[in-house]
Ligand binder design. Structure first.
Ligand code: ZN
Length: 146
């Protein structure tokens, strides 16, 4: 069953993506970052450096630098808002949920706990953009290892 979004919701989602693209949240280097993970998407030319700081098991700081298409930059901006303050387990659960949604899982796309991230659910219909949406998230996964 396809996700049946009203034109109003689609317009709202589009607006949210553009808002994060034009006014990215937590963009800039994190001076005391524990890890900086560079990611590159050669298909589209997107570049993201994800900066992470941990306080024990918790992601206490997250920011990004980089450039690229609206999907890649909006996704990174939304990631920083969604992940800050979460434990590794919570961030991993969110990663799983977001990943499933981007790959077309309709149930995940309806999950209100994803908040603003749901605005990227439409990306699943454009396989060429999937990598753009997942770029910052792949950096997050790598940064939480070990
Ligand atoms: Zn892109």
């Amino acid at each position: 069953m396809d996700l049946d979004l009203s034109p109003n919701i689609q317009a709202m989602f589009q607006e949210l993506i553009l808002d994060h693209y034009r006014r990215p949240r937590n963009k800039g280097a994190l001076p005391d970052a524990d890890r900086v993970i560079p990611m590159h998407n050669p298909l589209c030319g997107d570049e993201i450096d994800l900066h992470l700081k941990f306080d024990g098991d918790r992601v206490s700081g997250v920011a990004f630098t980089g450039r690229g298409c609206s999907i890649s930059q909006a996704s990174a901006s939304m990631l920083t808002e969604a992940v800050k303050g979460k434990t590794r387990a919570e961030a991993t659960a969110l990663w799983d949920r977001f990943h499933a949604m981007i790959l077309g899982d309709q149930e995940a796309a309806r999950d209100k706990s994803l908040g603003a991230l749901r605005s990227l659910s439409g990306v699943s219909r454009f396989p060429a953009r999937v990598r753009c949406a997942l770029l910052a998230w792949d950096a997050l996964k790598q940064g939480m290892k070990g």
